[in-house]
Design a protein around this ligand. Structure first.
Ligand SMILES: NC(=O)C1=CN([C@@H]2O[C@H](COP(=O)(O)OP(=O)(O)OC[C@H]3O[C@@H](n4cnc5c(N)ncnc54)[C@H](O)[C@@H]3O)[C@@H](O)[C@H]2O)[C@@H](O)CC1
Ligand SMILES: [K+]
Length: 508
């Protein structure tokens, strides 16, 4: 799904009104009624006190529409109008009038010196104060109200955006932002829902299709692409019957050092579980027995050094090479990487200490084959591209880096971002159980495997990241978050692929 900016979305609202010949008020009615239905489906008439905080713009207008429907369905509703300005949007006013027709319980006006209403932990709060129209940080008494809602402990549902959250910048340290438990957002996801600095504000997320014109949305340039099952399934290459192992890649994994041989074992297991036809490892001598015993399906070549990598096996005929897990950053090992980059001209996958070696000697970056895939976690990324002020700057710096060196960056995190020049892909699978040793080694194996099977490098990265996350989800459902091991992620890749093509009961 496309991630769009606030400007694109409000423009799409306007264009849709013209194309569908509807008024802004009608579009608001449609959008907010969908929100009401979601609430009604879950509350099912429960007598929970509902407190709706409405701004004076169209986000507030949505709040008024939701209030009207809830009142008509006999819910206990109290509406507050947050008077951060004396202006009112037309659709707010129209819906304010309509609300009067269904209740005598007038909305209460909250102004600068008003005492804020009490909010109990058992209340249900609807945040319709600011949406995508936010244009400055929320401070002053409105900020105090936002803090008051956050401190209440009540379940908070944000409409379109948690109030105070911008779509295109971080809120800033002194600004107040609603910490929602759940966000129902209109039409398309917004980038801030997925950035480490801002993702916590939206809580659980659901995107509601409010029926903006499909052709118009298709024509818009995405700020980024959100990758879910549907997108991943579209990238997957089905196997043909008349094939043999030579059709599925011959990958070489260079990694490990004394005490860290397990890392390569995980990477190789993941590569084979992801479908590699042939998988070889190039490791220090000390790992020979471990790998041969642990993974009989893999072939093993050893470096002349017993404890670390010191060379690249130039005579080995692989179609993809992955370098870096568990290698350390010794000078000898740097030479091994240098030899690889000087002798191998197809895309490579570089992870972990391989990235740290590149960061220490930036001249090596110029040797990277075009479309190579680098898989840093945030610490490794910092060493590679430098410090950033905030997540938006990080993404800009990452795009510049990707363009400059013609490489693909896979920035690992709760939502892994894959950056290919100006294009960004945001992963939407995975869980916190995957924050465990070796999880990254597995990811490198999956991506390397797909690259070896002939996927376009960016697809190998994006699909690999998604399946890695989905496999982690399958493993977590079996073992629980705490018990999940990286090896479980590798083992479940096949199930994840199967799941790509299953229809979920909840989706039907
Ligand atoms: N037809 C439409 O345009 C639709 C709009 N929708 C809703 O409309 C929202 C956008 O509405 P608006 O553009 O009216 O904007 P908002 O309702 O988000 O904000 C209201 C106004 O507050 C002012 N403001 C911004 N930041 C402020 C601050 N920090 N302190 C004080 N005032 C501030 C701005 O002038 C802004 O226009 C969406 O998020 C969505 O909820 C939906 O109803 C769908 C249809
Ligand atoms: K809101």
């Amino acid at each position: 799904m496309k991630i769009l900016t606030a400007e694109q979305l409000s423009e799409a609202d306007k264009e849709t009104m013209k194309i569908q010949d509807i008024t802004s008020e009608e579009l608001m009615e449609r959008a907010a009624t969908l929100v009401f239905k979601e609430i009604h489906k879950r509350l099912n008439g429960a007598p929970i006190p509902i407190k709706i905080f409405c701004g004076i713009g169209n986000n507030g207008g949505d709040g008024l529409v939701i209030a009207r429907h809830l009142i008509q369905h006999d819910y206990q509703v109290k509406v507050y109008v947050v008077n951060y300005s004396d202006k009112r949007s037309d659709d707010f006013l129209a819906n304010y009038e309509k609300l009067k027709e269904v209740t005598n319980n007038w909305p209460e006006l909250i102004k600068e010196d008003t005492r804020f209403p009490e909010i109990g932990t058992g209340d249900f709060v609807i945040d319709a104060i600011f949406g995508i129209g936010l244009n400055r940080p929320v401070k002053g008494w409105t900020g105090d109200l936002v803090e008051h809602i956050n401190d209440s402990g009540a379940f908070t549902l944000a409409i379109d955006m948690p109030s105070g959250l911008f779509t295109d910048q971080v809120p800033g340290e002194e600004a107040a932002v609603i910490e929602a438990d759940y966000t129902l957002s209109f039409q398309n996801p917004k980038l801030v829902f997925y950035l480490p600095q801002t993702m916590d504000y939206s809580g659980e997320l659901q995107i509601l299709d409010i029926g903006l014109d499909k052709e118009l949305l298709k024509s818009l340039d995405a700020q980024a692409f959100l990758i879910d099952k549907e997108e991943a399934a579209g990238m997957y290459h089905h196997r043909r019957s008349n094939t043999h192992k030579g059709d599925y890649g011959n990958v070489l994994i260079m990694g490990g050092s004394f005490g860290k041989i397990g890392s390569v074992l995980l990477t190789a297991t993941a590569a084979l579980r992801s479908g590699s036809g042939l998988c070889s490892l190039y490791i220090p001598g000390c790992g020979y027995n471990i790998v041969q015993t642990g993974l009989p399906e893999a072939m093993v070549l050893t470096d002349e050094d017993d404890k670390m990598l010191s060379a690249y096996p130039n005579n080995f005929d692989a179609n993809v090479v992955c370098f870096g897990m568990g290698v350390g950053t010794e000078e000898k090992t740097k030479n091994a990487l240098k030899e690889l980059l000087e002798n191998f001209s197809d895309p490579v996958v570089i992870d972990a200490d391989g990235l740290n070696i590149l960061s220490k000697d930036k001249e090596l970056l110029d040797l990277l084959p075009e479309n190579s895939i680098l898989t840093p976690h945030p610490g490794e990324l910092k060493r590679l591209i430098g410090e950033w002020e905030d997540d938006f700057e990080k993404l800009e710096m990452a795009k510049d880096f990707s363009e400059k060196y013609k490489v693909i960056l896979v920035i690992k995190g709760a939502h892994t971002f894959t950056i290919n020049g100006k294009s960004m892909y945001v992963n939407n699978s995975g869980n916190p159980g995957m924050s465990t040793a070796g999880s990254g080694d597995v990811l490198s194996g999956v991506i390397t495997s797909f690259l070896g099977q002939g996927y376009e490098p960016v697809e190998a990265a994006v699909l690999g990241v998604f399946l890695h996350g989905l496999s982690g989800d399958i493993a977590a459902s079996e073992f629980g978050l705490e018990s999940l091991l990286a090896g479980d992620i590798a083992k479940n890749i096949g199930r994840a692929v199967k799941k790509l093509f299953e229809r979920d009961a909840v989706e039907e």
